[in-house]
Write a protein of this length. Structure first.
Length: 467
């Protein structure tokens, strides 16, 4: 982060980021200071381009509203959103929070019965709010005496109401919806999935802009969705990828609309789907060359080679190798196989993978492969696998995912039924009787199963050109 060039008006102080912008000279006599400063609630050590862009946009809007309120004190010149935003900023400067004194709210029936001295011992929410800032007394006095209120007075009244509102009240700002959604999902923002989802939301909220939730919020949401698509298309991102990026955003908006009864009907934007490209596969000769060289790999190359051997014959992914446990590995069984059953992408991915290629090599190096993938970052295994595949085949277009497409082509070339292809590769459509209960069988039970023996024979047929 030390190399990031900070945008205009952003300053770093003691590891935190602040928005700092001078007041226009025409207004300085009204504010008695030169510079407007507001914290961005971001640390230099972990800020990202997306989170910084979002914070700068919000701070700029707060600055513009602040200038308008200095120049014009007429409440009629400001809408409800303006006053709510200004009230939130006022509370922040006072180190107060929305709902902070809701705890002191009493049941009105009980309060009515209490004696005056008891009320003094247990102050109400409104009493606590008044004690938190002297401005409340001033505004209440003006209102009680029929004096006109300026926009600052109305902002103070709005802030007082926010202090005493119920803690479970509706969110005030669009950007805060995400925290409710990730809590509902139980999404770990340090995981690969969490980081990806958080990035998509942050990118969308930066494009859409953070707004106070109001009557026109749904229109702003849809405009933001449309603009997101336009910008991503301009960047050359495929339609299917854009669709996946917005799925989580729309899910968040729908969940919060239902939870807080906003009444939104979220309509996903129309996305032109890119023409599907022919999926890359390896020829028989490339496969033979790759397997023969993998079986000779030693040292630090062996775990990578072992992973490739499994990916070729079982359409496996590095994450599936990573999650293998000792009880999932039955290479010494009369019918060598692996059981894929731990945290798979879909239920169809839970399956039996017969092992017909490199059984002895895998006995020696599979545990090293599992350890290697587990101790590296998410992207490292794929990068190492791709590098080795391109080195061994001489083809600079192949990737680890080619193994999965190649497996399907091998199945078609061997003439095995599509149900067998689906069962071994983990695609939907398998109907061979591989139930959840069967996946929990021990080695002997699976090895003796007619279904697993049939899959093993089919795998021999699929990979006969490599045996």
């Amino acid at each position: 982060m030390t190399e990031m060039k900070l945008p205009k008006y952003i300053r770093a102080q003691k590891g935190s980021l602040y928005f700092q912008r001078d007041y226009p000279t025409r207004l300085r006599h009204l504010v008695a200071k030169k510079t407007y400063t507001a914290p961005l609630s971001l640390k230099v050590s972990n800020v990202t381009d997306v989170s910084l862009g979002e914070a700068v946009l919000s701070a700029t809007k707060a600055y513009d509203l602040h200038l308008r309120m200095i120049e014009n004190s007429d409440p009629a010149a400001f809408n409800k959103d303006d006053k709510n935003r200004a009230a939130l900023e006022w509370l922040r400067k006072k180190n107060l929070k929305v709902g902070q004194f809701e705890y002191y709210r009493k049941d009105p029936v009980i309060a009515e019965r209490e004696e005056q001295e008891q009320r003094q011992l247990q102050p109400s929410a409104y009493d606590m709010a008044e004690m938190s800032a002297p401005e409340f007394d001033d505004v209440f006095y003006k209102r009680a005496n029929g004096e006109p209120l300026n926009v600052h007075d109305e902002v103070v009244l709005t802030a007082q109401a926010m202090l005493t509102k119920a803690a479970n009240a509706k969110p005030q700002e669009l950007k805060t919806l995400w925290k409710h959604y990730i809590q509902h999902r139980g999404l770990d923002l340090d995981s690969r999935e969490g980081k990806r989802s958080n990035s998509h939301w942050s990118k969308w909220i930066t494009i859409t802009g953070n707004h106070l939730i109001a009557a026109d919020t749904l229109d702003r949401i849809h405009n933001g969705l449309d603009t997101y698509v336009e910008e991503r298309v301009a960047e050359g991102i495929k339609g299917a990828s854009i669709q996946r990026e917005l799925n989580e955003v729309c899910a968040c908006l729908r969940f919060c609309s239902k939870r807080f009864r906003f009444g939104w009907v979220i309509e996903p934007p129309a996305i032109t789907q890119s023409k599907k490209k022919r999926k890359a596969v390896m020829s028989f000769e490339q496969q033979k060359l790759l397997i023969s060289k993998c079986l000779l790999a030693t040292g630090t190359d062996a775990p990578v080679a072992a992973s490739i051997i499994l990916m070729i014959q079982g359409a496996m992914m590095p994450t599936e190798v990573k999650r293998l446990e000792p009880e999932d590995i039955a290479l010494d069984s009369p019918v060598p196989h692996l059981v894929i059953r731990n945290d798979t992408k879909t239920d169809a991915r839970k399956r039996i993978v017969p092992v017909v290629l490199g059984v002895d090599y895998l006995k020696e190096h599979l545990n090293d492969a599992i350890s290697w993938i587990r101790r590296t970052t998410d992207s490292t295994p794929s990068a190492r696998i791709k590098k080795m595949m391109r080195k061994f085949t001489g083809d600079d277009t192949v990737t680890g995912h080619c193994c999965r497409h190649t497996f399907r082509v091998n199945c078609e070339a061997s003439g095995v039924p599509s149900t067998v292809t689906a069962a071994i590769g983990g695609w939907s459509g398998a109907s061979l009787g591989l139930s959840t209960e069967m996946l929990s069988y021990g080695d002997e039970g699976l090895a003796g199963s007619a279904v697993v023996q049939s899959l093993y024979q089919s795998s021999l047929q699929i990979h006969k050109h490599l045996l």
